[in-house]
Each structure stands twice: as C-alpha cells, then as structure tokens.
Write a protein that binds this ligand. Sequence first.
Ligand code: HGY
Ligand code: MN
Ligand code: MN
Length: 416
Amino acid sequence: MAAPGENLRINSDRLWDSLMEMAKIGPGIAGGNNRQTLTDADGEGRRLFKRWCDEAGLEMGVDQMGTMFARREGTDPDALPVYVGSHLDTQPTGGKFDGVLGVLGGLEVMRTLNDLGIKTKHPIVVTNWTNEEGTRFAPAMIASGVFAGMHEQDWAYDRTDRDGKRFGDELERIGWKGDEKVGARKMKAFFELHIEQGPILEDEGIDIGVVTHGQGLWWLQVTLIGREAHTGSTPMPKRRNAGLGLARVTELVHEVAMDYQPDAVGAIGHVEVYPNSRNVIPGKVVFTIDIRTPHANVLAEMRTRIEAGIATIAEALDISAEVEAVGHFEPVAFDEGCVKAVREAAERLGYSHRDIVSGAGHDACWINRVAPTAMVFCPCVDGLSHNEAEEIFPEWAAAGCDVLFHAVVDTAEIVE
Ligand code: HGY
Ligand code: MN
Ligand code: MN
C-alpha cells in the first residue's frame, strides 16, 4: 500500500492553537498547568476535547475508567483500528505539552485526514487515557494499566487521594464514567507522540526520538513511625525521629541509583510529615521512592538494596518502617514493526532522528502488552518537564506530529 507522500504534513498552526487553547484550562501559577486527573479542570479539558472531536466528525466512546476513544471510520469497519493518543491530565505543577501533545497530535492527524479527504482501510481512534500521571491517585498509567489487565478495576476505583476521595467517586462526580468494558477494544497498533522529558534530543540537535524501549519503574511508598515529642526538651539520645529516617532514606536512594550509572535514577518526590509542626519531632513520615532503569535485573537489585537499607536505618533510629509497592512496570521493548514505521516516517519526511529509551513511563508502556505499540518523541527545552516552565517550539511539535501522521496512516493503509 502506497505510503503517504513526503509532502503530506499536518497543519502546524492549528495544532499549536489547539495546544494553547487547552493550556488555558486548569492553569498553573507559573505559566504551566494544574489539570489533575478527575478534577473539575480535567472535566473541562475533556469537554473541550470532545467538542473538537465532534467537530471533526469522530464518534466518541468512553470506558468505565473514563478513557475517551474518538473514532474515525475506515473503509473496512471490521478491520482492527489503529489507535493514537496519550493523556490530558497534568502534574500539579505541570507543563502544557506532557501528554497533551499526544492527544491533540492524534486529533490533528484526524483533522488533516479530513482536510485531504483521505480514506484509510483501518479505522483510526484517538485516545485520552485517564490518570496517566498518578500524582493524585497512584499508580501512574492506572487506566491503561486496567485496560492491559495489569490492575483490577475495583482496585483502581478504591484508590484514594490525600484527602481520602475515591477514584471511582471522583470519576462519577465529574461525569466521565463511561459504560464501555475496559479492555474490550482490540487494536491493530497504538502510537503515542510525547515530548522527550529529557535533554538528549535537544542537546544533539535531533528532531525525532524513535522510542525503542521504556525503562522499568518501582514506586515504593514508605511509612516511618517514630514518636512525636518536644523539639526543645527531648534529649537527642531519647528521640525516635521519623524525619531523620526520611533524610537517611533519601540519601540511600540517591547512593543506590548512583551505583548503577549511567542508566539508573532514583528520587523521593512525595513526602508527608506528621504532625508537620515546627516544634514537634516528626512522629510519622509517609513518602514515595521512585526508582527506574532500563535493566530488569538492576531494577530488582536496587529495590532489594533499598528495602534492606530502610530496615537498617529504622533499627538504628528505633523507628518502625513499612514499605508498600504502589507502582511498578518492567522495562518495555516496543514493537519492532511499529518502531520501524516511526523510523521510516522520519526518514521519508527528512527529519533527523535517533533511537532512544524513554526515561518516563507512558500509557504506551502498558498498551504494548496488548497491542503492537511504539512512540514518537520530540525535544523539549532544556529537557525540562513536570515543571511549569516546560517548553517546546511549534516546529518541534509539528515535526513530531508529521511523523505520527505518517506512521499512523501507513499502518491504517490509505485506500484513496
Ligand atoms: O511518572 C512518569 O514517568 C509519568 O510521567 N507518569
Ligand atoms: Mn506524560
Ligand atoms: Mn508526566
């Protein structure tokens, strides 16, 4: 089947305008976004996306995890659809492009096909996966995880945020709990366009990242219990200081990650200190360790070393420690056929490209377990993401979306 000509490009201005329009919903305090999952802002962003899909003549379906699927018909309605998409939810201090570029880039593919009157054999479906970020409700990629059979739906519904609100209740509250069975949809392939969220492409002056692998991850939620006491009148030897435990575990995570350079990473991003009073020794600290590496054996070793280290620290400080795994996926190798479609699209379009491993997790990491999957990366300024200062250039967004367009349309097979 003839591939689309190298002259076929998406409408860069329309894509950028849509990104800027979506960025107005759930604004942050420093120019980025705070459109956390299942908040009213998320609901507003979903309504805007649905309006745009309606205007593009797409048929919208919503599953029981709230994931949105907007379908453009193919000439063969029985042919397995090609899926494309990402997520519209953001971090509390998120950027305008993480996830959003993949959803609105998928919509731009549809809009361009409509403009050109192109018909494909396979239907194409653009997707907004619920709660990719995992910041309000852990774990990340929870909806794509249920879709891929990695999490039970009722377990996902029972996840609570720090105010004790349930995922299932919040999904109903914002009015986006669909009736489709999660995972019932079968895919010919899934493609996700995303910003790199790291510095490699920009540093090397490369337009496109052909994502061959995704690194594996553990999120370990740790609860340290000591004893609240007066910060002034309690002698140092008599303290059971959970805050000191947090400090030592933070150092431990860093040291273990540094032992496996250049690939491993580790940090603690979420911390709750109780009672969080200036003159009370912390009696309880709850925090989440995030460790990642592309190597499965190293990921396991890092977790083992960290858990053993926590036990040693707890004993030395006379505090107790509980460790609960709240997020995990093994390193991912994306589908070679789909990766090839991305690489060939970049070559056809004349964009510089290189193979790359994704440092961040993505819905594609789970969907790769149930359908041939690949990702397209574009650079981001200073490699910065999960920061309101996240930035890309319109040309970067357009190049990534052009490659997405060609990879998706190649796979969906142009009929006329
Ligand atoms: O955590 C991640 O890698 C993704 O941004 N949710
Ligand atoms: Mn993302
Ligand atoms: Mn993210």
